[in-house]
Structure formats: C-alpha cells, structure tokens
Write a protein that binds this ligand. Structure first.
Ligand code: AMP
Length: 430
C-alpha cells in the first residue's frame, strides 16, 4: 500500500488545533446570537452556474468544479454569499426584511497553497439583507470588531474603502462593468501599474487616469481629513462624490455610536469578488500580511439571481487566519479546563463496575474515561498523568464493598477515599 497523505492544500486538524478552531467558531456563534443573526446551513456542492455567476474571474478560475454522476456541472462552494443570495431570491423571497443570516463552514478554492492560504478553509459569514442604510453597514463592522475583541487579537485595524469611488468614475467615463472587473482585480492585488495600463487601453481620459493614480497614494486614519482629500480629487465625478459621502456617513455613525476601531481609509482599495457595490473592508493584524476577514455592501447580487432588488451587506471571517493571528500573538484561547477523570479497575473482575461508574459520572456532567488497555495500576496512572487527567478513580474491592472508591487528585498528588454518592461533587468541586 502507498503511504497515504492529505491532498495538497488540505489539512488535518488534530485535537489541539480542532479545539481552537471550534473555540473561534463558538465565539462567532456567540456574536451571531448577540446580534440576532440566525444560522442557516447551505450545501457544500452548488450548481457551477450559481457559483460562477458573480464571484469574479479570480475565484471562477480557482473553483473545484466537476460533473457529478448525473452529468450536472457543479462546484464546491468557494464562498457563502452566492448560496445566500440564491436563498433570498427564491425560498426566502417573501420573508420580511431585514434578514440576518449566519453560516459557518468550510470553503474550497484551488489557490496556490502558502502561509495562511489553503484549499480548504473555514469562515463564519454574516449577511444583513434588506437595508440600504449606513446603520446596516455599521452593524457588520461592529460585529466584526466585537469578534476581534472576543478573540483577543491585538493592534488590528480595518482597511476600508468604497467600491463606488472607482466604479463611479469609470462608469462616468463610459467603461462597462465587465471591463471594470479585471481592473478591480488588479487593484485588489495591488498590481496598480497593470490596472492603470488596462485603463489606458480602455481609453479613459487623462484626467481619470491622473485622479486614480493620485487615489492610490492616499491612505490614512484621520477620517475627516482623508475623506476631504478624496472628495477634492474626485469632485468632477458625481457618483464617486456620493460614494465618499456614504463612506463618511458609515464611519461617523460608527464612531458616534462609541465603537472604537482603528481604520485606514484607502480609496483605491478594491476587492476580488465582483459583486461589491458600496463600502468594502478587510481586517489586518501587523504580524500577517493576509486579511483575517473581509466584507462589504452588495446591493445588486440578489436581483442578479432573479430576486427582488434587495440591498445587502455582509462579512466573512477567516477562521484559519484568526487562528494564525492568535498563534503569532501568543493568545491563549479562554477555554475553561474541565476536570477529566480516568477510572481504573484494580482487578479484571471490576471492569463492569468501572464502566458503570463512568456512565454514572457522565450523567452528572463529569468527563470520564475508562482504562481500556488492560494496564497495571502503575502504568495506567502514568498514562492518566500523560493524558492530563485531573483525577484518577481507583475501583478496588475493599473500598467498593463499603460503597467507596479511591480518588487521586493528580494536580495536588493527594489521595483519599470518597463515598460513591459524593464522587461527582468531589471532582467538580475541586
Ligand atoms: P473572501 O471570501 O475572499 O472575501 O475572504 C474572506 C476571508 O476568508 C479572508 O479575509 C480570509 O480570512 C479568508 N480566506 C479567503 N481565502 C482563504 C484561503 N485560501 N485560505 C484561508 N483563508 C482564506
């Protein structure tokens, strides 16, 4: 037999990592609950057509796409938003708005594997559907900020922009959306020169080129100043000016509500996914060059999938990358250490008693493992220590006759005889 290993770009999560992954997931669930987002579970496999419709060339090319045995062209989801837009355009069409939907799960992109970039990765995804107002954008920013706080990452900041700034200019220059998209993808990757060259070929005016070039250089944290600077530069493009105003409204509303997060406003910031129409953002920490999460407003997507015109704003948090950020910043997850009991029968005849005792303890919410390797007591004790057991219960004939067991506290290295009835309290109480 060959030595099997994981397929390139795929990873196993061993217990230590799985525990942290699930811990982060549990924090995203807490956020969903606190903000009123209801969980939905959508399929990993969707029709290729749906997934390819509006995700952008970049993601289309990296999709796990194949024909199923029935000859249908399908794909593994590279993101959640398409599935959610499908639902909102169909099954949830007549649901009262807003809808607040939350999903968490694995996604698949045939990216080149590298640090923080995997072919299977995990996201928590929040979509607020039905509102065009800035307060909806603020909710998405705020919940992302809350998640970062809960995780405990330090010195994170929001890179923030607005798709309407560049797209507004290009539309006024008569550039069709499908021709704008490849330029946005270049800008998303900071390939500024390549993007500008594409624009030259599309014959945008000199003024437009100059303005975009000057926007690339602007970035800063002082909201009023930066926005004023952008406004000055795009003043001849009406829809870009209103995009800047919309961004200003969102940021002011956030700060007036008392949320505190660091921002870097970047007017030439674009995102690879094609469907964004308004405010866009990504979250970074100094230790990683890759984003921990990203999102924005997408007001046309649901209509594109045959639904009513429905404005929406959302975010996806990269769970794998949040895990990396925690590792880099040496942040320990705040997972309470639960007591773990290992039950060791001192003789073969007491196996059933050990099993029975384990069942009894589990019913009282005590985590219990039974020694199943037939080890001697000494060996079993050593093994329990290695496994991080907080207590060992020795089931021995003499004590059992008096309805007692011997409990060894592994941390204090103390041993005492305890009544069976009092055992759960003995363990849970300390
Ligand atoms: P996107 O759906 O591209 O907006 O990505 C949202 C977030 O998902 C990113 O900010 C990352 O944190 C995470 N992410 C995207 N692609 C990958 C990947 N290949 N590996 C790990 N995380 C990813």
């Amino acid at each position: 037999m060959p030595k099997f290993r994981t397929v390139r770009g795929m990873r196993d999560f061993l217990p230590k990592q799985a525990r942290i992954m699930r811990y982060i997931e549990s924090l995203t669930r807490e956020i969903a609950k606190l903000y009123g987002f209801k969980e939905i579970i959508t399929p990993v496999v969707e029709s290729y057509e749906l997934l390819a419709a509006k995700s952008g060339e970049e993601i289309r090319q990296r999709m796990y796409a194949f024909k199923d045995l029935g000859g249908r062209k399908v794909g593994l989801r590279p993101e959640f938003t398409a599935s959610i837009a499908r639902l909102v355009a169909t099954t949830l069409r007549n649901e009262p708005k807003p809808l607040r939907l939350f999903c968490v799960g694995s996604l698949y992109r045939y990216d080149e594997p590298q640090f923080g970039r995997y072919r299977e990765f995990w996201q928590s995804n929040f979509e607020l559907i039905g509102s065009k107002n800035p307060e909806a954008d603020v909710e998405i920013l705020t919940l992302t900020n809350d998640l970062m706080q809960k995780v405990g990452v330090q010195n994170y900041w929001f890179k923030i922009g607005h798709m309407g700034i560049l797209r507004g200019m290009l539309a006024e220059e008569g550039i069709k959306e499908e021709n704008q998209n490849p330029v946005m993808q270049k800008f998303d990757k900071k390939l500024w020169e390549e993007g500008l060259n594409m624009l030259k070929k599309l014959k945008v005016s000199e003024k437009c080129l100059r303005t975009i070039k000057s926007l690339i250089e602007i970035r800063g944290a002082k909201t009023e100043e930066v926005l004023e600077e952008i406004r000055k530069r795009v003043k001849d493009y009406e829809s870009s000016v209103s995009a800047v105003e919309n961004l200003g409204e969102i940021l002011n509303l956030s700060f007036e509500s008392g949320v505190k997060f660091n921002v870097s406003i970047e007017p030439a910031f674009a995102r690879g996914l094609e469907y964004y129409t308004g405010m866009i953002f990504e979250v970074f920490v100094p230790e990683l060059e890759i984003a921990l999460g990203g999102g924005g407003r997408y007001d046309k997507l649901i209509e594109l999938f045959g639904g009513e015109p429905t404005p929406a704003v959302g975010v996806a948090h990269g769970i794998d990358r949040i895990m990396l950020a925690m590792e880099k910043q040496k942040i320990k997850p705040k997972i309470p250490m639960e007591p773990l009991v290992v039950i060791i029968p001192v003789e073969n005849e007491l196996k059933s008693k050990a099993l029975e005792l384990a069942i009894h303890l589990r019913r009282r919410h005590v985590c219990a493992e039974v020694e199943v390797m037939g080890r001697t007591v000494t060996r079993a004790l050593q093994d329990a220590d290695r496994r991080g057991a907080t207590h060992v219960v020795l089931v021995a004939p003499r004590e059992l006759k008096r309805r007692k067991v011997v409990v060894r506290n592994m941390r204090l290295r103390e041993q005492k005889t305890v009544d069976l009835e009092k055992l759960p309290n003995e363990i849970l109480g300390g």
